[in-house]
Write a protein that binds this ligand. Structure first.
Ligand code: NAP
Length: 375
């Protein structure tokens, strides 16, 4: 901007009346320096250039504008629903697994802002400390607690549950969020295939060990973060730990199907207790979930680049991805809703594989044996 003193000019502001005649609608004082005159002429040159370019390349400009607007609305569509509930959680205690990053952290932030005591159940305590400090600062809620939980270790799950059962008078909301995806053929501490062991068995044991506390704290809720890919899964009872044949993708789908079947059977078993159980698909977003893909597939992971690029157009933000979890955790209208699967804050029909009662019961029995709830 020019700073020198220039001539002060009175500028007329004109427009056109209904008959098309020029009329003066106001005046303004304009301090016209050399610099501002230069800027103005540059501005008019540029505007002229833009108009000229638009005229010359009309179809391209039009397609770009229509494409841009279309993309904007598509992204808004794929952003999904928002949790609009104003519910407060003062005096309530919430446990969120895998709350040091991604969807879990955003969920923790939201529930903390509603006044809850939030227990971040995390494996990596350094990351958890950073997340807790960030959540305390952004919400003003100091009641954020960190507790160590490694879902890939039954001993860790048992220690965590003992601490919670002894220390916490109530647990009102349990969010089973933590997850691992498409890792190499790793095993948990107890020798289970890593994705089934962490995503399903660890949460299965945790939930069962906290059930008495949840019932005592009723009305209370169990929220299970699954994924739309559950419908590509199959519970491979003959080779549950994928020892004969391992597919990183297949094992992820199996674990997410197990989340849904666990929710269905749990909801039935909890009928009449005041504890609800629901599962959800959060949408697709860019979190740390894909962290093992390069270790698993090496350079072949690059072949997925075009798919990832298309997905990128429709990715939700992590905050948007946490909305369905938050909705299930807090919405007052869902106080007695149980046994359902949600996406974009709305209940959805399950594919047949997710409604298979016989498989759900068989999985429950097998899980009980695997985690040692039934010796
Ligand atoms: N992102 C998506 O597009 C998407 C789509 C569908 C479903 N989901 C589901 O959403 C959930 C959250 O995923 P995200 O996208 O937020 O992924 P993320 O950013 O990778 O977060 C996963 C969380 O799980 C924790 N975790 C992993 N293994 C654990 C273990 N053994 N014990 C305790 N915690 C463990 C991680 O902790 P560390 O940092 O310590 O490893 C991390 O806090 C998962 O269940 C996932 O399957 C995500």
């Amino acid at each position: 901007m020019g700073t020198g003193r220039g001539k002060r000019r009175l500028l007329k502001i004109t427009s056109f009346d209904a008959t098309g005649h020029k009329v003066t609608t106001g005046h303004c004082l304009f301090n016209c320096t050399k610099d501002t005159s230069k800027m103005a002429s540059k501005y008019f040159d540029l505007t002229g250039d833009i108009v000229e370019f638009t005229r010359a390349h009309c179809p391209i400009v039009l397609s770009a504008v229509v494409g841009g607007v279309g993309l904007y609305f598509l992204r808004r569509y794929f952003a999904g629903g928002l949790c609009r509930s104003p519910a407060r959680l003062d005096g309530k205690t919430v446990i969120i697994t895998g709350a040091n990053t991604g969807i879990g952290k955003e969920t923790a932030r939201d529930l903390a802002a509603r006044g809850a005591r939030v227990i971040l159940a995390c494996r990596d305590l350094t990351k958890a400390k950073t997340a807790a400090a960030e959540i305390r600062k952004s919400t003003g809620n100091g009641n954020i607690v960190i507790e160590q939980l490694d879902l890939a270790s039954l001993a860790s799950v048992r220690t965590f549950a003992t601490i919670i059962n002894e220390r916490e008078p109530n647990v009102n909301i349990l969010v089973n969020n933590a997850g691992v995806m498409m890792c190499p053929q790793w095993k948990t501490e107890d020798g289970f295939e890593m994705q089934f062991g962490t995503n399903h068995l660890g949460h299965f044991l945790l939930t069962n060990l906290l059930l008495d506390k949840l019932k005592k704290s009723a009305p209370s809720r169990v929220v299970i973060v699954s994924a739309r890919l559950y419908d590509g899964g199959k519970i491979n009872f003959d080779d549950i730990n994928a020892e004969r044949s391992y597919s990183p993708f297949g094992a992820y789908c199996q674990s997410k199907l197990a989340n849904v079947l666990f929710m269905r059977e749990l909801a039935q078993r909890l009928e009449g207790t005041g504890v609800t159980a629901n599962a959800l698909h959060p949408g697709v977003m860019n979190t740390e979930l894909g962290r093992h893909v390069f270790t698993t597939y090496g350079w072949r992971a690059l072949l997925m680049a075009p798919v990832v690029a298309i997905y990128y157009l429709f990715w939700k933000s992590v905050k948007q991805g946490a909305q369905t979890t938050i909705h299930l955790a807090v919405d007052k209208e869902l106080e007695t809703t149980s046994g359902l699967y949600f996406s974009d804050c709305m209940p959805c029909d399950l594919y047949p594989v997710g409604k298979d009662e016989a498989t759900a019961k068989r999985l429950w029995q097998l899980s009980e044996e695997m985690v040692g709830l039934k010796e």
